[in-house]
Design a protein around this ligand. Structure first.
Ligand SMILES: NC(=O)c1ccc[n+]([C@@H]2O[C@H](COP(=O)([O-])OP(=O)(O)OC[C@H]3O[C@@H](n4cnc5c(N)ncnc54)[C@H](OP(=O)(O)O)[C@@H]3O)[C@@H](O)[C@H]2O)c1
Length: 254
């Protein structure tokens, strides 16, 4: 076993959607372990804000604007990373979104494409983009942020559930395809995490109580509850773990 454990010194890590929420917490934790961290997102103002917030906490990250659902922007993102750092060791596919809608009675058919593209195709595009840079290093770690919604249908989140189920299978498929390259591919599946994404749920006190009642540990997750598992999977400690979906849910799925 590598005694350095969770040390990420000298590693280059891309955290997609690192400008707020869970991605920002992961970016901060990885930088704290010595990694050179790159974040990306669609909106420059969110990236600027995140870079400034993290700088105030003594953490320096690089930020590149990119929509993970758009192949050209993903290609530019990896070109920028190669130009700046020359390699990539870790990819955290953290971008995810949902628009609350029933599936069958969906008012706008475009929602299907938007939700599937952002959550699933985006995870594929960035993984595909990362592989050549990881092959240069001779190894790599891909960690996909899935959800317990991949295994448990939730009202208003049907398309998101389907997309995240796709992310789980993509995790297994890429784990098998990339094992020979010493690139591990795993996923982390949280329950509700207190971020902007889930605010409509946790900001309603009675709804929050109802959700917490379904979680044996009696509360929803904070971003920091999820970070440790992502760090583990991105470290040398997890070198022989691949194709795994690690649930971080206070026992909700137990
Ligand atoms: N919060 C929860 O309850 C929960 C539970 C289980 C799993 N998850 C998963 O955890 C991950 C992080 O979610 P979160 O709660 O931290 O979400 P969040 O607070 O909404 O943050 C999403 C981040 O992704 C960026 N983003 C959104 N669409 C993008 C795109 N197409 N291309 C590039 N960046 C994009 C956003 O920045 P811009 O808006 O500037 O693009 C932002 O930085 C997601 O995969 C989500 O599905 C969340």
């Amino acid at each position: 076993m590598n005694e350095m454990g969770l040390d990420l010194t000298g590693k280059v890590a891309l955290v997609t959607g690192g400008s707020r929420g869970l991605g920002k917490a992961i970016a901060m934790a990885m930088a704290g372990k010595g990694a050179h961290v790159v974040i990306c997102g669609r909106k420059q103002e969110n990236l600027d804000q995140a870079v400034a917030d993290l700088h105030e906490k003594g953490v320096e990250v690089a930020a590149f604007r990119a929509n993970v659902g758009l192949p050209d922007e993903v290609a530019n993102l990896f070109q920028s990373i190669e130009a700046r750092f020359g390699k990539l060791d870790i990819l955290v596919n953290n971008v995810g979104m949902n628009i609350l809608t029933p599936s069958v009675a969906m008012a706008d058919d475009g929602l299907w494409d938007k939700i599937i593209t952002t959550n699933l195709k985006g995870t594929f595009l960035t993984s595909r983009g990362a592989v050549p840079l990881m092959r240069k290093v001779g190894r790599g770690k891909i960690i996909n942020i899935s959800s317990i919604a991949a295994r448990k249908a939730a009202m208003g989140m049907g398309i998101y559930c389907v997309a995240k189920a796709g992310v789980d299978m993509l995790t297994r498929v890429l784990a098998v395809e990339l094992a020979q390259d010493h690139i591990t591919v795993n996923a982390v599946a949280p329950c509700m995490v207190r971020t902007q994404f889930s605010q409509p749920f946790w900001s309603n006190e009675s709804l929050l109580k109802q959700i917490a009642a379904g979680i044996p540990m009696g509360r929803i997750a904070e971003p920091d509850d999820v970070v440790g598992t992502v760090l583990f999977l991105s470290s040398d400690l997890a070198d022989f773990v691949t194709g795994e979906i690690m649930t971080v849910d206070g026992g909700a799925m137990a």
